[in-house]
Design a protein around this ligand. Structure first.
Ligand code: MOS
Length: 746
């Protein structure tokens, strides 16, 4: 990958990852590395059909194998306090934990083998040799059954119509229709899901210790406790290192419960690691969608109507509906706007949030539709987007809390060299005769914020401990969260130790929806400020302090010292204030949550403009993305290095979506055929061009106290469309599905 120039300019310190050294030296200990003192290994047996029931398992053969200790099946699975089909919380997915012999999708757990070694458990699982009573599975758009058209599923917003789309289309000078299909995609984190479970006696009661990668440790511990019939604080969930999550580690799943149950009934620790293939089903995926867009445009290049109808595949037993239509609700100015979702039920595992859930697929379709419409009125794609620039959220009429998208367009276009792009397709070639195409897309992702809590403790010698049940799944949270605590305390990040990744710590909420820094970071910053406030009160009321009596003019906290605001040469160190007060430590707590008044009054989004160039071999259709530029506005940039990494990662994921990823279901067995990293394509370095990321200045007084917006997911949006539009510009082919393949261009 060629080095690209970097332009990064808005703000904070580019500190390196705190977890970096451990990860690259092998020092990081993942859940699967948990040492198992006198423990058992669990191996899940996954259904080989997608619909039907288990008729027989050769349990006797498995038990006869040396080392096999137990085979859990629906016949002997220990009781749960809550039925796995019960739903008590939006993230409390209906799941499979051997409640009966029904098979709802291929890959569902139908048994678990426990043995003294992984090898014995694996062999025991093989010996079970399940026999099935099988029914034809309902797979894909043709096989799946529509379910309440216009229903409100989990995740998808209710259908919306603003104005009158039929009239808006009738009034248009041109109406364009675009239909796009997106495939099922799987998260494929480098670390497969793993669980190490151990029950311990503590304070006179049984407590469950879980080491398992999880994006919401406090929430998940409470959900698991509900199933097990114990108090939430009796599940201690540790999630120190996470080898990628992307949404698939947000949920409770069958193997997690079964491992906890097995450890309890056996009275021994149990460790279960899913195989790569076993991740294709029970732990979520990005749902396949079929999207139909109709755009009405006037001769002046302004949208008169936009309709975005989404069909999304989901499971037969849970209501998750991929919210792809959301992408059209808040982006372009249009007086008549309609968006709706229909779920289609089939015999697949329940889909789940996957990086930029909804918007990734929705933006892919919307941005292609925008270029089709721009062509229909003879406008440059960027000019067309500028003519339809939304000054207020078209869905709510609310002003944006901040929106530097115009600057993103301008800076991105300048860096890419967009000016002078010929309108017509197939009009650029490189020196090797390859067709060149330039495309763009607008990026947008909401600014999620949860309610999070944190604690900061300042020690007498000037160092601090920052505590939050935060989650670093590779995005750099350990580093950023320590920075926010340090900023609140006004001390160097080098003097802050972060304790994170355990459910016993203050609840920093889930790492999802690109809202973790906003939530947990704000909580830590506020906790640091609460400590500074206490130091201030101590100093102002102490006649021995040089700050005594500075009350009216106030104080400043700078680099571990409090200074008089009216005369910053006068002040004293935190350590001196604490020493005089006889304090060894001083703790403060903070909450990170959105100001309710602002939440109701402003639309809050990260934005960006992505530009892509492709070179296509005219004879064989081989597609190479040769460069990408993304300019993003995401509020304050706390750590430019980390932000660049997130944005680049998002843009690479966009490339992956556009050209590589697709899970292929066998219509006969219902199994994913390419359930490994050999068959499931993701880009390698040779596929990834020089990527330039730019962050534009954006000050947001409303989004949260830190002024930060999410950067984890916005980079995918816009990027898929930019590449698709570049291919369209190079070849004249309008994509009707993703990924775009060589054979589509033949
Ligand atoms: Mo994410 S899909 O919010 O981990």
């Amino acid at each position: 990958m060629a080095a690209a120039p970097r332009r990064f300019g808005t703000g904070g310190q580019s500190l390196a990852r705190r977890d970096g050294l451990a990860k690259v030296t092998g020092g990081a200990r993942y859940a699967a590395d948990t040492p198992l003192a006198a423990g058992l290994y669990g191996v899940v047996v996954a259904a080989g059909i997608a619909r039907g029931r288990v008729a027989a398992l050769n349990v006797a053969a498995a038990l006869a194998h040396p080392g096999v200790v137990e085979v859990l099946t629906p016949q002997n699975r220990p009781a749960l306090a809550q039925h796995p089909d019960e739903k008590r919380h939006p993230f409390n997915f209906r799941l499979e934990a051997l409640q009966d012999d029904t098979i709802r999708y291929a890959g569902q757990a139908i048994a678990m083998v426990l043995a003294e070694s992984l090898e014995a458990a694996t062999e025991g699982a093989r010996l079970l040799a399940p026999r099935y009573v099988s029914e034809p599975p309902r797979i894909g758009f043709e096989g799946s059954a529509p379910w309440h058209p216009g229903m409100v599923g989990f995740f998808a917003p209710p259908a919306q119509e603003i104005g009158n789309v039929a009239k808006g289309l009738a009034d248009a000078d041109v109406v364009t229709q675009t239909t796009i299909e997106t495939p099922a995609q799987f998260h494929n984190a480098m670390e497969p899901h793993a669980i190490a479970a151990e029950w311990i006696e503590q304070e006179g009661r049984a407590r469950l210790l879980l080491n398992t990668p999880n994006q919401g440790p406090v929430m998940t511990a409470a959900l698991i406790a509900g199933y097990l019939g114990i108090a939430a604080e009796d599940v201690i969930l540790r999630t120190p290192f996470i080898g990628g999550g992307f949404g698939s580690k947000l949920m409770v799943y069958g193997a997690l419960l079964l491992t906890a149950l097995a450890a309890r009934s056996q009275g021994r620790p149990v460790k279960t690691v899913l195989t790569r293939a076993q991740m294709y089903g029970p732990v979520g995926h990005r749902a396949g969608t079929r999207q139909a867009l109709k755009l009405g445009v006037g001769k002046d290049g302004r949208l008169t109507a936009l309709s975005h109808e989404v069909q999304a595949l989901t499971s037969s037993f849970e209501d998750f509906v991929e919210p792809a239509g959301r992408a059209s609700q808040h982006l372009y100015a249009v007086p008549n706007l309609a968006m709706s979702h229909t779920g289609l039920r089939g015999d697949i595992g329940t889909p789940l949030a996957m990086r930029a859930p909804g918007e990734a697929s929705g933006s892919a379709a919307l941005e292609v539709a925008m270029d089709v419409a721009a062509d229909a009125v003879g406008l440059d794609p960027l000019e067309f987007r500028l003519r339809n620039y939304a000054e207020v959220d078209p869905s709510t009429g609310h002003p944006f809390s901040s929106k530097a998208l115009r600057e993103c367009y301008a800076q991105g276009a300048a860096a890419f060299g967009w000016a002078g792009r010929p309108l017509a397709a197939r009009s650029m070639r490189d020196a090797r005769g390859r067709l060149l195409g330039w495309g763009m897309g607008t990026a947008q992702y909401m600014c999620t914020m949860y309610r999070g809590e944190a604690r900061v403790t300042l020690h007498g010698e000037g160092t601090a401990l920052a505590e939050v049940a935060g989650v670093d799944m590779g995005q750099g949270a350990w580093t950023i969260l320590a920075q926010t605590a340090a900023e609140g305390l006004a001390i160097s990040p080098d003097n802050v130790v972060l304790r994170s990744g355990s459910s016993v710590l203050p609840d920093g909420a889930v790492a999802g929806g690109s809202g973790h820094t906003a939530t947990a970071g704000t909580a830590l910053s506020q906790a640091g400020k609460a400590v500074v406030q206490q130091l201030t009160e101590l100093a102002l009321s102490d006649p021995k302090s040089p700050l005594f009596g500075a009350g009216n003019s106030g104080v400043l906290a700078v680099d571990g010292r409090l200074l008089r605001a009216d005369n910053p040469t006068v002040g004293e160190a935190y350590t001196d204030i604490m020493a005089r007060a006889g304090l060894a430590e001083l703790a403060g707590t903070g909450v990170g949550e959105r100001d309710a008044a602002h939440a109701g009054a402003y639309a809050m989004f990260s934005h960006g403009a992505v530009f892509a160039e492709v070179a296509i071999d005219p004879d064989i259709g081989q597609i190479l993305v040769t460069r990408m530029v993304g300019a993003f506005a995401a509020g304050r940039i706390l750590n430019p290095r980390m932000v660049r990494s997130q944005l680049e990662g998002g843009m690479i994921w966009g490339l992956s979506f556009a050209l590589h990823e697709e899970a292929v279901f066998d219509p006969v067995s219902g199994k994913v055929l390419n359930d490994d990293l050999a068959g499931y394509h993701i880009p390698v370095h040779a596929d990834i061009p020089a990527i330039e990321t730019i962050t534009v200045e954006e000050v947001d007084p409303y989004v949260n106290a830190l002024g930060v917006k999410g950067v984890g997911e916005v980079g995918i949006t816009g990027s898929v469309g930019a590449i698709a539009n570049a291919i369209r510009h190079a070849t004249g082919y309008t994509p009707t599905k993703f990924p775009i393949r060589i054979e589509d261009l033949a």
